[in-house]
Write a protein that binds this ligand. Structure first.
Ligand SMILES: [Zn+2]
Length: 80
């Protein structure tokens, strides 16, 4: 558990929840489910240090185009 129990932004109560987070790098996006503490008032999310490290690892892999560990679940499009 994180060493906080109140939101640092608004002092709201934090609740442990499973959230879907998007990590972007090298033009690609990975979405993953992680446990975060979510503020019930403003929605701010707080992550454990090991989860932040995981985001950074994924981002670094995306930037190096090392996507073989990831499962392709769809394609992203944009409208110009
Ligand atoms: Zn808050």
């Amino acid at each position: 558990m994180l060493p906080i129990n109140k939101c640092l932004t608004c002092s709201g109560n934090l609740e442990e929840k499973e959230v879907t987070e998007m990590v972007q790098g090298g033009g690609n996006t990975v979405s993953l489910k992680v446990t975060a503490l979510v503020c019930q008032k403003c929605g701010e999310r707080y992550y454990h240090a090991d989860i932040i490290r995981k985001f950074e690892e994924i981002k670094a892999k995306l930037e190096r185009q090392e996507t073989e560990d990831f499962t392709l679940v769809g394609q992203s499009f944009t409208v110009n």
